[in-house]
Structure formats: structure tokens, C-alpha cells
Design a protein around this ligand. Structure first.
Ligand code: ADP
Ligand code: MG
Length: 459
């Protein structure tokens, strides 16, 4: 066997690029993203994982996918060895979360941070920085509070509690505070509440709660993500309260996130509640459509993908509750384009995200309402749409009706034809294709469709 010891890093990056297309994004983020190519010698490829848990999961659950992928990159057989590549020898006390790395379900947030330590760089997501956080009306207060606190930790709002539904940027902002604080030379502990709970319980079991507290108390900032997990965990609340108090009394900054309003954390002990309420609680609302478009545009740039405005608009219009889902949809579109070699277009987008793009039929909007909405919008009567007149405006209104009916209703082409005054299915098919093609190049037509769809959304 020949030796190809040159570039394990490059080989692995190429493999990662392919793996990204074969696993869900959360799975990629959780298990693969932080791995590196360490060595490639004599048919053995060494993959570096951030901790033993990830290494184990990759080995057990993704070995065959990874080996197939690697083999297709290097064009020969490879043995794979997973190796933990942390700087310190300690083995992180990680707990299986029961996630299935090869599955299609949303995997949990990476558990890399299981052992908070101020000696090691905090395992913050490198993408979650202020520079990559798009500010809009829905999140500007939270953003302002986060930037303020990161510049002057412990001095302004303590604790700062970020609160919102899932997927709206709490963790992103929290990590951004962490990055900024680190860049200012401060020490911090970032931990998910689950991890906090796990290490506290472990400390109790091993009789090392003093060490536990000391470790937390030695940081300038404590970032604790998802405190709603403290609900119903009395022992941990106790530990949290003491840690919290110690930090608070010495003006260390505490940042918490929760997906429930603080007042709704009714099971949290009163003393924790009143402490939380004593700081600043800011909520993040779902972003408006402009912010959603801006977020998608930023993502597309980040991925160095040229995504037409029409596509950004379509995604932003249809996915409004959750930014993670919004990003996921863009990833899907781009992945499908890569896979098929087709350009990113409206049609491709509809294919890629058919599952999240709810049609009018699914929303039980009658077909007649679609025809009326088009008629209203273009100022062309329903009779004219169904008739034979062929002036430009009428023809366009008719074709848009065909297109929308095809996209939004469950009617077949012939039924649509009948409904529109007895056209045959090839005429309908032609009309739909024409609009679909034009949509990729004609901004005005896109605006027409957006307005009509908005009218239908209000139906
Ligand atoms: P939460 O913690 O509230 O569930 P996250 O912080 O994990 O949400 O955000 C979900 C995803 O959306 C992340 O990938 C994050 O980077 C992204 N995101 C959220 N808000 C914004 C924003 N304002 N600008 C850019 N990306 C955002
Ligand atoms: Mg979060």
C-alpha cells in the first residue's frame, strides 16, 4: 500500500464536506463538525474528536458511513481510528444523551462542554459571535443587553436572563457574550444546565461539592444555558443557589437563558426566583419577515452560496417561528442543489422544503379563494381569467392562477384546466412552467406572488 501521509487535514475536510450531505445538520453539528484529520499513514486514518463521548459515538454509530466516505475521497481502503484530541489528559465526564448520531431526529446541542473548566478555552461555538447575530426589532433589546454585559460584566445587569421560545438566538447571544469576555481577558464558565446538574450530582456522589463550588466561583462570568431544566431538580437548585450567591455577592456576571418566562418557572424555589427577577430579564420575539430575510442572506453569504432573493423570500415567508428551522431550510436547499447540480431556484426550493412549506390545501383554503386573490391583485375579473382574452395582463393573471393552483391546491392539471374555463392540461402545464421560469429572473413577478400569497395567508 502506498503511503499518502501528506494532508490528513485536507482529506478529512473533503470527507466532512460529503458527510454533511448525508447526515442531518444537527447530527453534523453535534458529532462531526469539531473533528479533525490527524494522521493518514499505511492505510490508517486517525480522526481527532473533541472528547471521548464523540469519539465513541462516531466509532459505534457512524463508522461505516465515515469509512465509505473516506474511501471515496482517498480512493483506497482505510482503517479508521478515533482519537480524543483535547489538550488536557482529563477524561470528560460525559453522559450519553441517548441521541442517535446516525438518526434523522434533531440531535441535542453539542455536549462538548460537559466539564466546565476555566483552564481550558471555553467550548463556545465559534459561529455564535455578535458579528454574526442579525439584529432586528424582535431581538434588539436582548442584543443590547448582551453587548452591554459582555463589555462590563458584573456591573450592569446581574443576572442577565435571556428568555424566548426555542430557536430564537438565546444560546447564540450567550456564546457571543462569552467570546467577547474571553477576548477581554476574562475567565468564564459556560455550561448547559443539564451539564451543571450532572456534574453537581457527581460531586455529591463523590463528596466533592466544595471543589465543585470553588471551580464555579473562580470565574468572572458564569453562563448557564437553559435553566428551565432546573425545574423539579431540588438538589441541583440547592447547588445552583449557593454557586449563584457566591458569584453574585462578588459581582461576578451571571447570564442565564430560559425558554420559559422566569415567572413561569414556578417550581424553582422562591429564593432563586427572586434572585433571577432582581436582574434584567429580556425576551426575544420571533423575527419579522425583514429580519428573517436578513438572517438568511447572512447565512447564504457565510456559506458562500449565491441564493436568489426570491428563494430567500420564499423561505422567510414560510418559516417564521424558529430561526434554527429557517437556517435548516436554507441548508437543505443548498444541499439539494449541490447534490443534483441544479441551480438554487424557486422550484428546487419547493422540492427541498416541501415538508415545511405549508400549501393552501393543507391550510384548507378553497381553490376559489386562490382564483379570487389573483383576480383581486391584478384587477382582472374571475370571468376574464377563466375566459379566452389574451392581452398581456389577463394572460399573466391566468398563468399565475394556474401556477398557484398547481402549487397550492391538490388539483391535477386537467382539473385546474376545467376549473379555468375548460383549458386542456398541456395549456395549464405550459402556463405553470412559464411562471416558474420567469420567477427566477423577474423580481416584479416575484413581488406579485408574494403579495398574493400574503393575501391568502390572511385568508
Ligand atoms: P435558542 O438557544 O434560543 O434555542 P439558538 O441560539 O440556538 O436558539 O439559535 C438557533 C439558531 O439560529 C442558531 O444557529 C443561531 O446562530 C441562529 N440565530 C438565532 N438568532 C439569530 C440572529 N439574530 N442572527 C443570526 N442567526 C441567528
Ligand atoms: Mg439554546
Amino acid at each position: 500500500m502506498t503511503t499518502t501521509a501528506e494532508h490528513p487535514g485536507q482529506i478529512w475536510d473533503a470527507a466532512l464536506g460529503q458527510l454533511q450531505l448525508h447526515v442531518t445538520r444537527p447530527n453534523f453539528e453535534t458529532w462531526l463538525k469539531n473533528t479533525i484529520g490527524v494522521a493518514y499513514r499505511d492505510g490508517e486514518f486517525v480522526v481527532g474528536a473533541p472528547n471521548a463521548f464523540v469519539a465513541e459515538m462516531l466509532e459505534q454509530r457512524m463508522y461505516s458511513l465515515i469509512s465509505r466516505t473516506l474511501e471515496s475521497v482517498v480512493k483506497s481502503e482505510v482503517e479508521i481510528r478515533f482519537q480524543v484530541t483535547t489538550t488536557e489528559g482529563e477524561s470528560p465526564a460525559l453522559h450519553s444523551t441517548g441521541a442517535d448520531p446516525a438518526g434523522t431526529e434533531e440531535a441535542p446541542i453539542p455536549q462538548v462542554a460537559a466539564q466546565p473548566s476555566i483552564h481550558r478555552p471555553a467550548p463556545l461555538n465559534p459561529r455564535y459571535v455578535f458579528e454574526r447575530f442579525v439584529v432586528g426589532k424582535s431581538n434588539e433589546l436582548a442584543h443590547a443587553a448582551a453587548t452591554a454585559v459582555s463589555g462590563r460584566p458584573g456591573e450592569l445587569y446581574n443576572p442577565l436572563v435571556l428568555y424566548s421560545d426555542v430557536g430564537l438566538g438565546k444560546t447564540h447571544l450567550m456564546h457571543a457574550i462569552g467570546h467577547r469576555a474571553i477576548s477581554l481577558g476574562m475567565s468564564l464558565i459556560y455550561s448547559t444546565t443539564e451539564e451543571f446538574t450532572n456534574s453537581y450530582i457527581k460531586a455529591i456522589r463523590e463528596g466533592t461539592t466544595d471543589d465543585f463550588r470553588e471551580r464555579y466561583r473562580s470565574a468572572d462570568l458564569l453562563l448557564l444555558d437553559d435553566v428551565q431544566f432546573l425545574i423539579g431538580k431540588e438538589q441541583t437548585q440547592e447547588g445552583f443557589f449557593h454557586t449563584f450567591n457566591a458569584l453574585h455577592m462578588t459581582n461576578r456576571q451571571i447570564v442565564l437563558t430560559s425558554d420559559r418566562p422566569v415567572s413561569a418557572l414556578t417550581l424553582l424555589e422562591d429564593r432563586i426566583q427572586s434572585r433571577l427577577a432582581g436582574g434584567l430579564v429580556v425576551d426575544i420575539q420571533p423575527p419579522d419577515v425583514e429580519t428573517r430575510i436578513a438572517i438568511l442572506r447572512a447565512k447564504a453569504e457565510e456559506m458562500r452560496q449565491d441564493v436568489p432573493d426570491a428563494v430567500l423570500q420564499l423561505l422567510a415567508e414560510r418559516i417564521h417561528k424558529n430561526i434554527r428551522e429557517l437556517e435548516g431550510s436554507l441548508n437543505k436547499v443548498v444541499a439539494l442543489a449541490d447534490l443534483t447540480g441544479a441551480p438554487v431556484s424557486i422550484e428546487l426550493t419547493r422540492q427541498a422544503v416541501a415538508d415545511v412549506v405549508e400549501t393552501a390545501a393543507e391550510r384548507k383554503i378553497p381553490e376559489g379563494a386562490i382564483v379570487e386573490a389573483v383576480s383581486e391583485h391584478f384587477g382582472v375579473s374571475v370571468e376574464a381569467i377563466k375566459g379566452r382574452k389574451r392581452d398581456k395582463r389577463t394572460a399573466q393573471a391566468r398563468q399565475v392562477t394556474m401556477y398557484l393552483l398547481r402549487e397550492e391546491s391538490q388539483l391535477g392539471l386537467s382539473t385546474i384546466g376545467k376549473m379555468l374555463g375548460g383549458k386542456d392540461h398541456t395549456t395549464v402545464s405550459h402556463g405553470c412552467d412559464r411562471i416558474a421560469n420567469q420567477l427566477n429572473v423577474d423580481a416584479q413577478l416575484r413581488r406579485h406572488l408574494i403579495n398574493i400569497r400574503e393575501a391568502l395567508a390572511a385568508y
